[in-house]
Ligand binder design. Structure first.
Ligand code: GLU
Length: 294
């Protein structure tokens, strides 16, 4: 029998929700409700330097104003270091994770020496220097040893996806040089511990999914289903973000905000209530995953 649906919205508290983040919140809520499942909220505050004090509470108030109430008290990643530590220890003891002494400059130099300064979204593809040991340097970060080969997965909206993580990303970071837990490790550990069956999140995160599947497999964890929602673009054509002037969500008129998000999700009907939005979502996504007909 299929596991009972558990979904989640996992904002990073780097500022208040804006129109773009509400799309992901609404989609994950609608999908959970459409499946008669549970919907959880997790505050992803592992990247402390990027977190803004009080933003978590603002986000929770904004969600509440929009009627998006989680079925359990929210979880803060900052309280879960021991879980991430246990996962890293397990990977290290199995030889799957290794300490890395490379600075960005070391990585650039190693790549240049190979004649291929490969970069992807501003991130360098790690050349694997410390796979064979630290070469006398001090450990800075921890990385996952990634086996070559493509990861295939299916996105409920975008269809079949594939990525060769070893070639396109390289051995990626699990614990950063500044001691912070990397998003990839924290999200995989928490999705598994919270029993998440369906990840519904913004399409800007699509590219992380193959890394997360590699990590799930390394930790012998189940892989959830994924659905990446359309992005709201700012005036410059880039993803709406605080950096390009996204305004905090106006919770004085939650229905207008929710209808804006529903339009981005392609829900044609103007919704007068959450029940209307739910019916529209069920019509739209019935075929993508076993939804009962209406
Ligand atoms: N915390 C991430 C963000 O706000 C989202 C993580 C996820 O949904 O997997 O971009």
């Amino acid at each position: 029998m299929a596991a009972r649906y558990v979904g989640r919205f996992a904002p990073s508290p780097t500022g208040p929700l804006h129109a773009g983040s509400l799309v992901a919140a609404l989609a994950s809520w609608l999908d959970a409700r459409a499946h008669g499942g549970r919907w959880l909220v997790r505050i992803e505050d592992v990247d402390r330097p990027r977190c803004v004090a009080g933003a978590d509470q603002v986000i929770l108030r904004q969600l509440a104003a929009c009627g998006l109430a989680p079925d359990e008290p929210p979880l803060w990643q900052s309280g879960r270091s021991s879980r991430y530590e246990a996962a890293l220890q397990r990977l290290a003891s199995e030889g799957r994770a290794y300490p890395c002494g490379c600075s960005r400059r070391d990585i650039e130099q190693a790549l240049a020496a190979r004649g291929r300064p490969r970069e992807r979204h501003g991130e360098l593809v790690y050349p694997g220097t410390c796979r064979t040991g630290l070469h006398g340097r001090a450990a800075r970060a921890w990385r996952l040893r990634v086996a070559p080969g493509s990861v295939h997965w299916n996105d409920r909206r975008l269809g079949p996806q594939q990525q060769d993580v070893a070639a396109e990303v390289g051995d990626f970071v699990l614990r950063r040089a500044d001691g912070m837990w990397a998003y990839q490790l924290a999200v995989v550990v928490d999705d598994a511990e919270q029993g998440i069956t369906d990840v519904v999140r913004g399409a800007d995160l699509t590219d992380n999914t193959a890394r997360q599947i590699v990590l799930q497999q390394a930790l012998a964890l189940a892989t959830p289903r994924y659905l990446h929602t359309p992005l709201v673009l700012g005036p410059n054509g880039e993803k709406l973000s605080k950096q390009n002037g996204a305004q905090p969500l106006d919770t004085a008129d939650p229905l207008a905000a929710l209808n804006g998000a529903a339009r981005v999700l392609g829900l044609a009907a103007q919704c007068a209530s959450a029940a209307d939005a739910l019916a529209a979502w069920q019509r739209q996504w019935r075929d993508s995953y076993n939804l009962p007909g209406d």
